[in-house]
Ligand binder design. Sequence first.
Ligand code: UDP
Length: 236
Amino acid sequence: MPQKLEQIYEGKAKKLFRTDDPNLVIHYFKDDATAFNALKKGTIVDKGIMNNTLSTVIFQYLEKRGVKTHFVKKLSDREMLSKKVQIIPVEVVVRNVLAGSLAKKLGREEGEQLKKPVVEFYYKDDALGDPMVNADHVLAFGWATKQELAAITKSALEVGKLLTAFFAKKGIRLVDFKLEFGRHKGKVLLADEFSPDTSRLWDMKSGEKMDKDRFRRDLGKVEESYSEVVRRVTGK
Ligand code: UDP
């Protein structure tokens, strides 16, 4: 078992620790919640435990179906062992259903089924508020190579296909989600997390939101919704 060493980074929702193996890191999932580029701050009780559980189930599901991820092992309630990656500074959003910033931008109602999945890129820079960019920007600024971008796009669409089916079986509509990728030994791996913090999950019957929009929009029942997602995904 790798030894947990000092903290190397603290993000909005996770802390990252070095281990005695230079190829492995430990993620610690926190309860801190932020929205609107950290203008809104709060706590979602036990979110770290729930997001670690959900990310574990989902990374294992994806790995089994051929998606390369950084996931190695769940170590404890809040800790995940993963391959150390160099994060590519591009957030990849995949949309199946119109919601959030795109609905606002186009002045259309949330909930419109899109005729095909939409892949969007955002340059990871908190100070700039993660501006939207396109594939040419990613290449022109050297954030990823052409090969890496092709691998990222293919993987993001595959994740969308696999997880849409996965959540549908749990009575959940996968509306949209955000992924991050990193480099490990020359290969691109799916990294970061998959959780209700980074996706939109709507109950298929009622249309109720079961994700971070409950926190962002003060809809109440935030913890209850996260734990309902965990219950449906783990069957516990
Ligand atoms: N998202 C995220 N981190 C971000 C921005 C967006 O995880 O910094 C997720 C968000 O939860 C949603 C999807 O990406 O599942 C699309 O978000 P959108 O562009 O609609 O932005 P938002 O409405 O969150 O501002």
